[in-house]
Design a protein around this ligand. Structure first.
Ligand SMILES: O=C(O)CCC(=O)C(=O)O
Length: 302
């Protein structure tokens, strides 16, 4: 079966992509083993960490919200998430009115996810107030990138992304995919030392390293992995794990959120916390000052 990963068509089960993300439920509650696996694989997939009913209740709220924005196909049940093609887009990213809605927040800041990180860090943790709640429609998908370039001004080694699907997200809806091996593979060292030192607000380089997942495997190593996600699952990964998404090939919205967790006593990237987070303040504000990624990569020699 062919799928589109980032912007490139690849064979599922071929050289570049499998749907074999490894579950770590077997070591849940064992922090040392979880750290070991994170170090080894660069991610942890925990099935059913969140209470599924709570996730589905939050999904319902998000769909009600984007229906009010005109993003749901008229005459359809919002819970079916049909896209209003040619209509209004859904605006949810960093939108407090929906990210901090009690039903949504009860998932993104649930006792289950805080409990996970407090056990993982063995200390109190915090989550960024800004929440990257995404509604993604056909044919969109996310290009390959690492998160440090967007949020690297605080803790870097103890900062983790949590990707939470709001609903079941099978392959055709465009789930997240990781380039497994990218976080520590020797072939990626120069990428980490160049691109990985970038800050999109300071350097005004667009954040996606590549639209082509195959060049990454061929040049630097690793293999892309994804899975069919279910409401309740979470995918947790570090700042240097390269990731992107499959394209959404359906006529429905793919709804998910990425949030960040770190120990409460470590420095925090000030752009993402507070009542009204500053967020990106220079990135794309003056498009003519932006540096194209291919030019930046030429300079870095990667
Ligand atoms: O959901 C997506 O397509 C992208 C998510 C992402 O980049 C992240 O979780 O850091």
């Amino acid at each position: 079966m062919k799928v589109t990963l980032c912007k490139r068509e690849v064979e599922l089960g071929g050289k570049y992509l499998d749907a074999d993300l490894r579950e770590s439920n077997d070591i849940l509650g064992k922090p040392a083993a979880l750290h070991e696996r994170m170090k080894e694989n660069g991610y942890l997939l925990i099935r059913g960490l969140q209470v599924r009913e709570n996730v589905l209740r939050a999904r319902h709220r998000i769909l009600e919200h984007i229906n009010q924005q005109g993003a749901i196909k008229p005459g359809t049940d919002p819970d079916d998430a049909f896209v209003n093609v040619g209509g209004k887009h859904a605006h949810t990213m960093g939108q407090r009115v929906i990210t901090h809605d009690p039903a949504v927040r009860s998932v993104l800041e649930s006792p289950e996810i805080f409990g996970f990180f407090e056990s993982f860090f063995a200390k109190q943790c915090l989550t960024f107030d800004y929440k990257w709640l995404r509604c993604v429609c056909r044919p969109d998908g996310t290009g390959a990138h690492i998160d440090i370039v967007y949020m690297g001004r605080g803790s870097t080694t103890n900062l983790f992304t949590v990707w939470t699907p709001f609903g079941d997200i099978p392959l055709e809806l465009g789930p997240l995919a990781l380039c497994v091996g990218s976080h520590n593979g020797a072939g990626f060292e120069k990428v980490r030392q160049t691109y990985g030192k970038m800050d999109v607000d300071r350097d005004r380089v667009n954040g996606w390293f590549s639209d082509d997942p195959t060049e990454m495997v061929d040049k630097f190593g690793g293999k892309w992995q994804t899975t069919n996600f279910r409401a309740g699952d979470v995918l947790i990964f570090g700042m240097f794990t390269m990731h992107g998404s499959l394209a959404n090939t359906t006529d429905r919205w793919r709804i998910s959120c990425d949030t960040r967790f770190q120990p409460a006593d470590e420095p925090v990237d000030e752009r993402w916390v507070g009542e009204n987070p500053k967020a990106h303040y220079a990135w794309y504000t003056e498009p003519d000052k932006m540096v194209a990624m291919d030019k930046a990569r030429d300079k870095w020699g990667v």
